[in-house]
Each structure stands twice: as structure tokens, then as C-alpha cells.
Design a binder for this molecule. Structure first.
Ligand SMILES: CC1=C(CCC(=O)O)c2cc3nc(cc4[nH]c(cc5[nH]c(cc1n2)c(C)c5CCC(=O)O)c(CCC(=O)O)c4C)C(CCC(=O)O)=C3C
Ligand SMILES: [Fe+2]
Length: 347
């Protein structure tokens, strides 16, 4: 698909054996002021799953789904994959692309929202990897945030309807939808998105999360919006003195139990796949909280390698290749394909 001669999937990376857990966590947290105790605690999450993060296999599955969708639709682009924090490292993938004679790449990150960790950091990863490879490195253009694209929203709606069926019939209609996203420092949230747009008091990331939650809820229940839904946060780290986005899902579950809510469906709409943050923080930790509170909890799957999500990737590649206006379902759809240099700054 002109002008590109390759597609690149960019992701976070994760360990796949116990010996790799600590080196992986050191990669993730280098220079970020995460307390040592938090690192040890997070290491235990990985050991509980045999030291294997699900994220790499999920990326392999997505690479395959994208390749199949490209082939079925006549898109003749080889598909590469590179990670920020673990093997296959982005710099190695960029070196391979250079060796293969690739000159211009369109890339998508497994992160749908605007904030430093989800977007700007991937732009920095690209710069660093290209620098490491030198003059032969291809140009790499990162696709803009896609949190309100129908290919992201529709699989979540389908998976939420399926999750609700897992509740006892008598609890389904009254079940609250809890949309869960990775917490970030409030300062990072305020600096998220395009500084020339007014996303409201909390910044682009919370505003985008609210819109995606609304769009999914409409597709679960119809546009009457009758079902109660709200955004909560998970996976907080960093020192307690630093404010992060709230409420934490576990605290909110306790409040809802007090209000008499008997069932919740958790929708991890802040994520693209069911990686460790979902498997541990929701399926182990939040599920345990709900159990102690006597609440029923089900969890919807993230898009992962859903064919509609793979088709979205092709649609975004085509949009970027044509240079037409970014399409999305909400008022916070990015207005351009490239970010202004001061968007999603860390603070
Ligand atoms: C917004 C966001 C997403 C969602 C968007 C996206 O998907 O990219 C995300 C995803 C992920 N986060 C992940 C893992 C971790 N994140 C950490 C730490 C942090 N995350 C942050 C933000 C985010 N993170 C932040 C602000 C920090 C503090 C340090 C820093 O400023 O960078 C730490 C350190 C220990 C801890 O403190 O928890 C770990 C191990 C994994 C891999 C899971 C697997 O292995 O399956 C994934 C997909
Ligand atoms: Fe994270």
C-alpha cells in the first residue's frame, strides 16, 4: 500500500520464563522512580503465571490476524513486530527491516489512547531504535490513537454482551459496567493529548476513556444508556505521595457493594489485549475483592486478535496512506495523523 513497504506492530513486551521476570521489570522501570517493594510485588504477579506474560503470544496472534486480513484484502505489506521492553526488541526489528531493504514503514502500537506511556513513549522508542540502526534505518510513521474507532469499540461491545451472559440471569439487568484502564499520574493525564484542545479538567486520557465507555455501553444496551456505567482505574504504581488517577477499581467495588450493587461486568477498555495487567489486576485481584464483598463479577475480553480489530488495522493503514482526515466515533478523535511536538508530554 503506497507509500509504505512494510507494516510494524509495536508493543510493550513481556517475559516468557521466570529468569526473565526481573530483567524485564528492570527494563520497564529504568529511571522511573518505582519503589523496589512495588517491583518485587509485581514480580510475584508474573511468577504466579509461571513467569510467562501473555502479551507476546497475543502479539504473535495479532500479527497472524493482521497478515490474514491484509492477504484477504489485497494489501501487500510484510508484517513485522518489535517491543519496547523485551525480545523481540524494536531496535532488532528495525535492523532486520533495514537488512530486508524496507524504506518506509507504517506502525501501530498496542495502545489506543493519548498519554505519554501509550503514545509519546512509542514515538521516542522509534527515534531511539532508528538511531541505533543508523543511516540504513527506514522511516517509521506511527498511527495516531484509535480509542474511538469502530474496530476497537465493536469487539468490546460484543465481548461485554458475552460476559454479561456469564452472570446469573437474575443479576444481569442490574449489573453495573465498570470500565477499567491503567492509572497514570494525574500530571501525566493533564499533559495528555493536544495542548490546543480543551478536553476538560482532567486531560485527554480520562476524556477519551469516558467517550469509549459511552460508545461501548450504547452498543451493549442500545442508545437509551439505561445501564449504569463508569470508568475506574487499576495497576497504580509510583510513590504514594504522587497523585494518580482514581478511583481504584478495588475501592470502587467496596463502595458499590455498600450501595447495594450485586453484580458488575468489568470491561478492560483501557487495553488492547488480556495481558498480565488484566489477568492479575482484574482476574485475580479485583475478582478476589468482589468475592469478599459478596458481589458477582464477570470480565469482558479485550479485542486481542479479533478479526474486526485486525480489519481496523488495515483501515487505519489505508487512512494514513491516503492522508485523509482521521475517522472516529467521538469528539476526541485526533485531528491529524502526526502529533504536535508538545502533545502527550510527560508533564
Ligand atoms: C497507560 C498504561 C498502559 C496502557 C497502554 C498500553 O497498553 O501500553 C500500560 C500497559 C502495560 N503496562 C505493563 C506492565 C507494567 N507497567 C508498569 C508501570 C507503568 N505503567 C504505566 C502506564 C501504562 N501501562 C505507568 C505510568 C507506569 C509507571 C512507570 C512508568 O512511568 O513507565 C510496570 C512496572 C511495575 C508497576 O509499577 O506496575 C509494569 C510491569 C504491561 C505489560 C503486561 C504484561 O506483561 O502482560 C502493559 C501492556
Ligand atoms: Fe504499565
Amino acid at each position: 500500500m503506497r507509500p509504505y513497504d512494510a507494516f510494524l506492530l509495536m508493543s510493550f513486551g513481556g517475559p516468557e520464563k521466570p529468569e526473565d521476570v526481573i530483567p524485564f521489570l528492570e527494563n520497564v522501570t529504568r529511571g522511573r522512580g518505582i519503589p523496589r517493594e512495588r517491583l518485587a510485588e509485581v514480580g510475584e504477579h508474573y511468577y504466579l503465571f509461571g513467569g510467562v506474560s501473555p502479551i507476546n503470544q497475543q502479539c504473535r496472534d495479532l500479527v497472524e490476524a493482521i497478515g490474514a486480513d491484509f492477504a484477504a484484502n489485497g494489501v501487500d505489506l510484510p508484517v513485522y513486530w518489535g517491543n519496547r521492553n523485551w525480545d523481540p526488541y524494536l531496535a532488532e526489528t528495525v535492523a532486520q527491516m533495514a537488512k530486508d531493504g524496507v524504506r518506509r514503514v507504517v506502525a501501530l502500537a498496542t495502545s489506543a489512547y493519548s498519554n505519554y506511556s501509550s503514545h509519546r513513549q512509542y514515538l521516542e522508542d522509534i527515534d531511539r531504535a532508528r538511531e541505533a540502526v543508523g543511516a540504513a534505518a527506514p522511516e517509521i510513521e506511527l498511527i495516531r490513537p484509535y480509542f474511538d474507532h469502530p474496530g476497537f469499540i465493536e469487539p468490546f461491545a460484543e465481548n461485554t454482551r458475552a460476559a454479561l451472559l456469564g452472570l446469573p440471569e437474575g443479576l444481569r439487568a442490574g449489573a453495573r459496567l465498570l470500565y477499567s484502564a491503567h492509572s497514570i499520574p494525574t500530571a501525566m493525564a493533564l499533559a495528555s493529548g493536544d495542548p490546543r484542545r480543551d478536553y476538560g479538567p482532567d486531560g485527554a486520557y480520562p476524556a477519551q476513556l469516558a467517550e469509549a465507555a459511552r460508545l461501548i455501553t450504547e452498543r451493549v444496551d442500545g442508545a437509551d444508556g439505561a445501564r449504569g456505567h463508569e470508568v475506574v482505574y487499576q495497576s497504580r504504581s509510583g510513590p504514594p505521595s504522587q497523585p494518580w488517577l482514581e478511583p481504584d477499581i478495588n475501592d470502587r467495588l467496596a463502595e458499590l457493594a455498600d450501595e447495594g450493587v450485586q453484580a458488575v461486568a468489568v470491561v478492560p477498555h483501557g487495553f488492547v489485549s488480556d495481558h498480565m495487567e488484566v489477568k492479575f489486576d482484574l482476574d485475580v485481584e479485583a475478582a478476589d475483592t468482589a468475592k469478599k464483598l459478596g458481589m458477582a463479577l464477570v470480565r469482558a475480553k479485550a479485542p486481542g486478535a479479533h478479526p474486526r480489530f485486525a480489519a481496523m488495522v488495515r483501515e487505519l493503514v489505508a487512512e494514513r496512506a491516503a492522508g485523509t482526515e482521521p475517522q472516529g466515533l467521538s469528539r476526541w478523535t485526533p485531528r491529524s495523523h502526526t502529533c504536535p511536538p508538545d502533545c502527550c508530554a510527560q508533564r
